[in-house]
Design a protein around this ligand. Structure first.
Ligand code: NAD
Length: 539
């Protein structure tokens, strides 16, 4: 079976001799089902690439590929549909998201099956995705008027200058998403864009295209006119660049290196972009932490979705006083995990997504071991479980010369470091260029929150791995430094898709000398007025 795997883990471009999809392979999908989904790709090129499951290499689908002209046409259609959508009352747009909430929960089993087949992750980690989309849909639907409704702003002349602030949709938003949380990443940034009156052209990663297409089907089932959510497919550098060329705003999630390319393209066109990028996230276990609770959290922090999670912890800094107990419990809990690549709920960790991910993870571990790191548990690929499976791995003695010290592994590999002094732990946690997520474990919430303020990360979770911030949709989520620009979630997550427009109406007085007053006298009156306003405490 492994001979069929594309060597890089990338989908294989079809050639005339490619075998037909074999529906008898264990994780293959019903061809009529995949045909229904792939028909949603806006593509007329006649080309396709084959997609296989990381569970067992089973062929899943032939994905149509969009040409540059297809991307341009997808934007043109989305742009036309957006005109009417922007005039649709806000409560109708919000009602659509509430219907999507229910559709996602109703079709949850189908969503989970597809995510697991396409990504190889454990079903319990796949569940985080419909959960996150339901939370996002409900949050934005229920807060739509607060975020988007017209607002009054203070005018310069109290009572006589009326200022109304409107939120104008930007137009068509391009959403470029990665494969790691295929359902969440394909939908969560587009939902607030839609609610704000925009259309979306989505370019999901090739490896997660079917799940993203199912998301588009669910939106239509919830009542969204089809042209408002276009899906295009093709190689990232070409189709991603075409998205940047046509969009009015780009929401990109992926690696820092690609984010930089997208930002350059957006700068050239003077359009906005929001970038959700990589991380090398620290977890701090303070001297008063409960080692058992911290170990339980560390397992989720490091091994959810086999560590292929932007907010997962790859560096654990543990206080001397609890180090031995914590490491003992963490290793024991890691070794007790059930590993497997199957559709059921039994696995605590599933497979990596591709050969490329397996190569990176293997290289990071081999490099660390060759340079003197100790493997406390794990450390090996497990092709007996699935072609790209790698064991959850805990390293000790990792030093700056090792690749995994500062580079994102994006796999189930975590390094444990001892610290004696909290200030030193904070300084080490802040090392490097990233600043996405952190977690702090302590029995003293106040102390942990004070320490959190010293961490240069966009989100910090106290006594939780990452879910407390990620699932709190009212709170902005994103990275400082090279982990991103802009935020998803909360007010920031929807305002990025709007242009604020201020409309001021002036009554009675004019901004010019009145009643035959000279310019000089007018300036004196205005100066006196400025002094008075300050005295009265006005803003
Ligand atoms: P990637 O940057 O290679 O690809 C991400 C997306 O960009 C894909 O759809 C890809 O096709 C597209 N793309 C590739 N080249 C492009 C180009 N030149 N122009 C435009 N688009 C292009 O990322 P990846 O390695 O597939 O994903 C993993 C990375 O994503 C990790 O670094 C991870 O930390 C990050 N990530 C971040 C978040 C977050 O919220 N901060 C979430 C998930 C993943």
């Amino acid at each position: 079976m492994s001979a069929q795997h594309p060597p890089s883990g990338e989908p294989v471009v079809d050639g005339p001799s490619d075998p037909e999809l074999d529906p008898t392979a264990s994780y293959a999908l019903e061809p009529r089902y995949t045909a229904r989904l792939t028909a949603r790709v806006f593509a007329t090129s006649g080309e396709s690439v084959e997609l296989r499951s990381p569970l067992d290499g089973a062929p899943l689908a032939h994905l149509p590929q969009s040409s540059d002209a297809d991307v341009a046409e997808a934007f043109a259609r989305a742009r036309r549909a957006q005109q009417a959508w922007a005039r649709t009352p806000l409560d109708e747009r919000a009602a659509l998201l509430l219907r999507l909430h229910d559709v996602v929960l109703d079709r949850q089993d189908e969503i989970l099956d597809l995510i697991v087949r396409e990504s190889g992750k454990a079903r319990k980690h796949a569940f985080d995705e419909p959960l996150h989309i339901a939370l996002t849909a409900r949050y934005y639907a229920r807060t739509a008027a607060g975020h988007l409704g017209p607002r009054r702003r203070r005018g310069v002349v109290p009572g006589l200058t009326r200022v109304d602030l409107h939120r104008v949709p930007k137009g068509v938003v391009g959403v470029i998403s990665p494969w790691n949380y295929p359902f969440t990443m394909a939908l969560c940034d587009g939902l607030p864009a839609l609610l704000a009156g925009n259309a979306v052209v989505a370019k999901p990663d090739a490896q997660s295209m079917l799940t993203a297409l199912l998301g588009a089907e669910l939106l239509e089932q919830a009542g969204l006119p089809r042209d408002l959510w276009q899906v295009v497919a093709g190689p990232g550098p070409r189709v991603g660049a075409a998205i940047v060329e046509h969009a009015d705003h780009v929401c990109f999630t992926g690696s820092t290196a690609t984010g930089r390319i997208v930002a350059r393209g957006c700068a050239e066109r003077l359009i906005g972009c929001s970038l959700e990028l990589g991380g090398k996230n620290p977890m701090l276990v303070l001297r008063d932490a409960d080692p058992e609770r911290a170990a339980e959290g560390a397992v989720r922090a490091a091994f959810s979705n086999a560590g292929q999670l932007c907010v997962s912890a790859e560096r654990l800094f543990v206080a001397d006083q609890v180090y031995d107990r914590f490491v003992d419990r963490f290793v024991a809990r890691t070794e007790a995990m059930t590993l497997g690549a199957t559709l059921d709920w039994d696995n605590d960790m599933g497979s990596l997504v591709s050969q490329r991910q397996l190569d990176t993870v293997t290289a990071h571990v081999e490099d660390a071991v060759a340079k003197g790191a100790r493997v406390l548990t794990g450390g090996r690929a497990r092709p007996d479980l699935a072609p790209y499976f790698f064991e959850p791995t805990v390293l000790e003695g990792v030093t700056p010369e090792m690749t995994c010290f500062g580079q994102e592994t994006f796999g189930p590999v975590v390094s444990v470091y001892r610290f004696h002094d909290e200030a030193d732990a904070v300084a080490r946690a802040n090392e490097g260029d990233y600043g996405l997520n952190a977690s702090v474990y302590s029995r003293d919430g106040r102390r942990a929150r004070a320490l959190a303020r010293q961490l240069r990360c966009g989100t910090v979770n106290v006594n939780e791995a990452f879910a407390a911030t990620f699932a709190s949709i009212d709170a902005p989520m994103g990275g400082m430094r090279q982990s991103g620009m802009g935020r998803r979630q909360g007010a920031d997550g929807i305002h990025r898709y709007t242009e604020p427009q201020s409309v001021a109406t002036q009554r009675v007085v004019r901004f010019a000398p009145m009643l035959g007053m000279s310019e000089e006298a007018h300036a004196r009156v205005m100066t006196a007025n400025l002094r008075l306003m300050k005295k009265l405490g006005r803003t």
